[in-house]
Write a protein that binds this ligand. Structure first.
Ligand SMILES: Nc1nc2c(ncn2[C@@H]2O[C@H](COP(=O)(O)OP(=O)(O)OP(=O)(O)O)[C@@H](O)[C@H]2O)c(=O)[nH]1
Length: 327
């Protein structure tokens, strides 16, 4: 799942976040350095340096996350120290901090660090304040933390759903080509280390132009949807089906030997031939089967799928052809 803590915010928003942190921090650091607690001034000085470094990284388009995390941790330590010194007056700053945790750490880390921080503040404040008053603040801090956590959870879930939608073909629900290259790169990486490399099936509907011409484009669309459903019903959850082109689909079978993949391809081909139709018109498909071989790149692997698919078309369609065994 993606997370807002690693989010690259628009430049203006990011700079605004830093300025909102730097201005009060600078003021408090000067105040404490000159008139207040010198220890607190030092804490705030360190926090100011880390947030300034984070801003610098942002301006240079570099990773600012480690500095943001250091900033939040030193700021939190400063607030706990302030609570220990001045009680509930210090605790006031724990409220804005409640949301900052979720922009700096993962959701789980944010809940953990935020909870530890709040408990530390309350224990420190209880050192100088009556217990009942501290308990009231505890309720307030908890509510802020819960709302911040819910907000972060909703944002992360929405981002996850958007990313899933962006990678899905709107007509068929199969994966689109957005993540194909990276999925195949990863498959090659794992295949190179695995005893049984992955196999690809390239499936192409036969004479699909005729389906469109005779039955209309909408009926053609319905065939594509039905085809995807029939394939999805038959494959494993770990297999990934991509819509590769108009009426061409690519199926990635992790850790599957070519002979096994060929048997699956044949059963898919038969299932399609017997179950896929529009009115009285049966629709078939041709399939090319190719297992990854050492030295294959994404391009050469896909090319090998293309070659065997076209061999299947040449052999009269409604046929499966596998990549020949290497000499
Ligand atoms: N209905 C529909 N048709 C599509 C879609 N995408 C591509 N097509 C059609 O699919 C047809 C593919 O035609 P061809 O590439 O000639 O292939 P074919 O008719 O299946 O012939 P072979 O592959 O050689 O068996 C074209 O008519 C495209 O317009 C789609 O999303 N919906």
């Amino acid at each position: 799942m993606t997370s807002i803590h690693t989010e690259h915010f628009p430049r203006k928003v990011s700079i605004l976040f830093h300025v909102v942190a730097i201005l009060p921090l600078g003021g408090f650091m000067l105040y404490h350095g000159v008139w207040g607690s010198v220890t607190l001034g030092v804490f705030l000085g360190i926090a100011l340096a880390t947030v300034a470094l984070s801003l610098l990284q942002e301006l240079r388009h570099k990773d600012s996350l480690p500095f943001r995390q250091m900033f939040v941790l030193t700021c939190s330590a400063a607030i706990v120290y302030a609570c220990y010194q001045v009680g509930l007056r210090g605790l006031i700053y724990s409220f804005p901090m409640a949301s900052v945790f979720f922009f700096t750490f993962t959701l789980r880390q944010g809940i953990l660090t935020g909870t530890v921080f709040s408990i530390a503040c309350l224990v420190a404040a209880a050192n100088v304040e009556p217990t009942m008053l501290v308990l009231r603040f505890a309720i307030g801090v908890t509510i802020s933390m819960v709302f911040a956590a819910i907000f972060a959870f909703i944002v992360e879930r929405q981002k996850f759903e958007l990313a899933e939608q962006a990678a899905t073909d709107t007509l068929t629900g199969a994966l689109n080509r957005k993540r194909l290259a990276e999925t195949l790169e990863r498959a090659i990486h794992l295949s190179a280390r695995s005893e049984v490399p992955d196999t690809l099936l390239l499936l192409d509907l036969d004479h699909f132009k005729t389906v469109n011409d005779r039955k209309g484009h909408l009926a053609g669309d319905a065939v594509l949807v039905q085809f995807t459903q029939l394939v999805q019903e038959r494959i494993r959850a770990s297999d990934q089906l991509f819509r590769f082109g108009g009426e061409e689909f690519l199926l990635l079978l992790p850790q599957t030997a070519q002979a096994e993949a060929f048997a699956l391809a044949e059963s898919l081909r038969e299932k399609i031939a017997s179950e896929l139709s529009v009115d009285d018109m049966a629709v078939t498909c041709s399939i090319g089967v190719s297992q990854w071989r050492p030295g294959d790149t994404v391009e050469s692997w896909l090319k090998s799928c293309d070659v065997v698919l076209y061999a299947a078309k040449d052999q009269g369609r409604n046929t499966t052809v596998a990549r020949p065994v290497a000499a």
